[in-house]
Design a protein around this ligand. Structure first.
Ligand SMILES: *Cc1c(COP(=O)(O)O)cnc(C)c1O
Length: 388
């Protein structure tokens, strides 16, 4: 493809597609075979075997994913957790120290607090917006800096450029979970992050029907990630990979609509007297709005808010909404609503939630690709009885 044809929308459709296509097929076939004939002189690394992530459908998906994140190389994994844990396992040895910035996805938080000690890693949690805290946490054994692009559920945006620069300056591997942003909104390699992870279960696939993950980075780093993944065995099955590649083709369209929906809903809620607080990086009232506007193209699909009237009002509002499903997760074509204190963040104690600023009455809304007007109208009707 020429330079002129590499805008994101075009890459999403044509990137990584072999041309001429196999047998002229417009859609890359699913090679479900577990093993392929060896050729004379082939080394172990060249064997095509399904767990070694070298089946032709896997190769195809990796090419596409690398192009979309603007990376030299990519690997698909069996889940988002497999992506994050493999990136860490490929980076750290026993005795190493990790700086972890922010409030993490529950699974990642549990891994860093519960599993890391068994592996001999020490972890310090710091504020992603406070460079002095990073410097204070730094030790001779520090090897990695881990962060999420947009935090959950308060949708805070850390000083991502500074985190990448700090990591480079101190020889740390910078690892970012870009699930909430997607490469449509933010491409972390462009500001210097070393490894980018995704739960492809969310927006990359976008249809709430597979579990998958992704790690991208330089060819050298990805070779290490891949060898660890191959040994731990969390490879993605080609059938799920086929669905992921199909989802990726519409990623830009879906995410732009989700961004527009989230901004429309956030603005409506901010102007509504039944709502006490709205968190969305696209609002001027968000503490990191300027940073998000500089780094991002759009502000993501997720917002959170607190209704006037506490937990009872939050539950009544969730019950009154007709379009969204009441469920955790995010990034799919259908809107989802949840109260993090009883779902995604129920694993934390009330004191831990309070320390992170996750109030009991906080509601998280993940926008799908419905019409903005319909989502806003749904909120209007669900809020009306609460005001009576
Ligand atoms: C869902 C999610 C994960 C975990 O992904 P799975 O595919 O469920 O393993 C990790 N990070 C973030 C930000 C997520 O939203």
């Amino acid at each position: 493809m020429s330079e002129a044809q590499t805008r994101f929308e075009t890459l999403a459709v044509h990137g990584g597609e072999p041309r001429p296509a196999h047998h002229g097929s417009v859609v890359h076939p699913v090679y479900q075979g577990t093993v392929f004939e060896t050729r004379p002189g082939e080394t172990y690394d060249e064997i095509q075997y399904i767990r070694l992530n070298s089946n032709p459908s896997q190769d195809y998906l990796h090419d596409k994913l690398a192009l979309l994140e603007g990376a030299e190389a990519a690997i698909a994994t069996a889940s988002g957790m497999a992506a994050i844990t493999t990136a860490l396992l490929a980076t750290l040895q026993a005795g190493d120290h990790v700086i972890a910035a922010g409030a993490f996805y529950g699974g990642t938080h549990h891994f860093l607090t519960g599993q890391a000690p068994r592996l001999g890693w020490e972890v310090d949690f710091v504020d992603p917006a406070d460079p002095e805290a990073w410097a204070a946490a730094l030790r001779p054994e520090t090897k990695a800096f881990v962060v999420e692009t947009i935090s959950n559920p308060l949708v805070r945006v850390g000083d991502l450029r500074a985190i990448a620069a700090f990591s480079r300056e101190h020889g740390l591997t910078s690892i970012i979970d870009n699930t909430f942003a997607t490469p449509v909104v933010f491409r972390p390699h462009s500001v210097g992050f070393d490894l980018v992870c995704h739960s492809a279960t969310k927006a990359l696939n976008g249809h709430s029907d597979i579990v998958a993950g992704v790690v991208t980075g330089s060819a050298e780093r990805l070779a290490r990630v891949r060898s660890v993944l191959n040994l731990y065995g969390a490879s993605l099955d080609p059938h799920a990979g086929f669905l992921l590649a199909r989802g990726l083709k519409t990623l830009a369209l879906r995410v732009r609509q989700q961004n527009a929906n989230a901004l429309g809903v956030a603005r409506f809620l901010e102007g509504h007297q039944g709502i006490a607080q709205v968190n969305y990086p696209g609002l001027a009232s968000h503490p990191e709005h300027a940073r998000a506007a500089e780094l991002f193209d759009g502000f993501g699909s997720v917002l959170s808010f607190r209704p006037v009237g506490g937990v009872a009002a939050a539950d009544a509002l969730i019950k009154g909404l007709e379009l969204p499903y009441t469920a955790p997760s995010l990034g799919g074509v259908e809107s989802l609503v949840t109260r993090p204190a009883v779902t995604s963040h129920a694993g934390m104690s009330p004191a831990e939630r309070a320390a992170e600023g996750i109030d009991e009455d906080l509601v998280r809304f993940s926008c799908g690709i419905e019409a903005t007007e319909d989502l806003v109208a749904d909120f209007a009707q669900a809020l009306a009885p609460l005001e009576a």
